[in-house]
Design a protein around this ligand. Structure first.
Ligand SMILES: [Zn+2]
Ligand SMILES: [Zn+2]
Length: 97
């Protein structure tokens, strides 16, 4: 996955650690690096929003922070579906490159 812009930090390494970022388990320096990346990288920011939404949903449904893998993927696919519906509704056709 790439937004086409060069970044100081690789998108994949940011996404690998997005859970640590959400959970505030990250060192301050790393946290700043991820935050800067999310500021300039729309695809990663969208992914970050998804993870946060999943976390919030899971928290609400079972009252704990550990997401059962099954529930997590169920919620994720639901969110992706909603995003696709939104994208289909948007007037701007999306060019895949
Ligand atoms: Zn990125
Ligand atoms: Zn990017």
């Amino acid at each position: 996955m790439s937004c086409g812009h060069p970044h100081e930090t690789d998108c994949s390494s940011v996404l690998d650690r997005v859970y640590e970022y959400i959970d505030h388990e990250m060192a301050e320096d790393d946290c700043a690096t991820v935050k800067r990346h999310l500021d300039e990288c729309a695809p990663c920011l969208a992914e970050f929003g998804l993870e946060q939404a999943v976390k919030a949903l899971v928290h609400r449904s079972c009252g704990c922070d550990t997401a059962p893998e099954q529930l997590r993927s169920k919620v994720l696919s639901k969110i992706r579906q909603v995003q696709q519906d939104l994208a289909a509704d948007s007037a701007e056709p999306v060019q895949s490159s």
